[in-house]
Design a protein around this ligand. Structure first.
Ligand code: NAD
Length: 277
């Protein structure tokens, strides 16, 4: 029997990422930046990629990777560029243990008003871009016999508001891609998961900040009555990346503050109960 101290130490080590090589595409901002920080804080070497080179460089510098790990500038919707980055990483590092992708856009517009071009822009980056990423780094991880792939979905994969039909369709598609790929690559030790945030304070939702009534109504849709900090999603990414999640694959991990758990208006019962105690 393994002594208890050794067993407890093994649990602590499960959450560490020392010696692992990680890639974050979308590292310049928001959830990608927070994920890069969380992975680095737990010991991984983090490669920062984004279409915004200055932003990716700033994240790399902040997490102490400056001069130690490369920064890649690319368009996540360009399959050739994604493949080239995979080849460059294989060449430099020989392996990649963790690959996270976050870039996505939405055009907030009624579906009947959507143009072909708007549909293509949203689907190309969100769905094809995620496919390019999962394919390129999935191949690499299958070859090396292990790894953790993490894609970005949204609660809009299941619940919607007017104007987000196409975005939501891409986010539902990402979950199905994650499940399908997980079923195909598990035998090679590769895990594939998605994070599913609800509302996170990032540049993506910047325009909503200027509309305080909508901002607070959205916050009130969660059980915490607030938006998520990017670090709260970055921490979930780091968990999925770690060996602590070794039996977790093909999942869509809600990081939604209870957004999808509740329905209907508040009744005041929570308060009554609290006061009764
Ligand atoms: N913020 C939210 O409330 C929220 C909620 C649910 C889901 N999400 C999802 O989380 C993910 C990350 O969102 P975020 O809020 O961190 O966004 P963000 O705008 O803060 O960050 C996105 C990053 O991706 C980069 N990027 C955009 N297009 C790119 C491209 N074509 N190629 C390479 N890089 C590109 C941007 O430069 C930026 O650094 C997205 O997939 C989004 O749909 C966000």
């Amino acid at each position: 029997m393994v002594p208890v101290e050794a067993r407890l130490e093994a649990y602590r080590r499960l959450f560490r990422l020392d010696g692992k090589i990680a890639l974050v595409l979308g590292a310049a901002s928001g959830i990608g930046k927070a994920s890069a920080e969380a992975l680095a804080a737990l010991g991984a070497t983090v490669i920062c990629a984004d279409k915004n080179r200055a932003g990716a460089e700033a994240t790399a510098a902040e997490i102490g990777m400056n001069g130690r790990a490369e920064v890649h500038m690319l368009d996540a919707g360009d399959g050739g560029a994604v493949n080239a980055m995979a080849a460059a990483i294989a060449n430099t590092h020989g392996r990649l243990d963790i690959a996270v992708t976050t870039p996505a856009i939405h055009v907030r517009k009624l579906m009947l008003d959507y143009t072909d071009d708007e549909y293509d822009r949203v689907a190309d980056l969100n769905l094809r871009g995620t496919f390019f990423f999962l394919r390129a780094f999935g191949r690499m991880m299958v070859k090396q016999g292990g790894g953790s792939l993490i894609a970005s979905s949204s609660v809009r994969a299941t619940t919607l508001e007017p104007g987000l039909a196409i975005y939501g369709a891409t986010k539902a598609g990402i979950i199905q891609m994650v499940r399908g790929l997980a079923s195909e690559v598990g035998q090679y030790g590769v895990r594939v998961n998605a994070i599913v945030p609800s509302i996170v304070e990032t540049a993506l939702v910047g325009p909503l900040r200027a509309r305080p009534e909508i901002w607070s109504a959205l916050g009130a849709h969660t059980v915490f009555n607030r938006w998520a900090r990017p670090s709260e999603v970055g921490a979930a990414v780091a968990f999925l990346a770690s060996d602590a999640a070794s039996y977790i694959t093909g999942t869509a991990l809600l990081v939604d503050g209870g957004w999808t758990a509740i329905d209907g208006p508040p009744t005041g019962l929570t308060k009554t109960h609290t006061e009764a105690r």
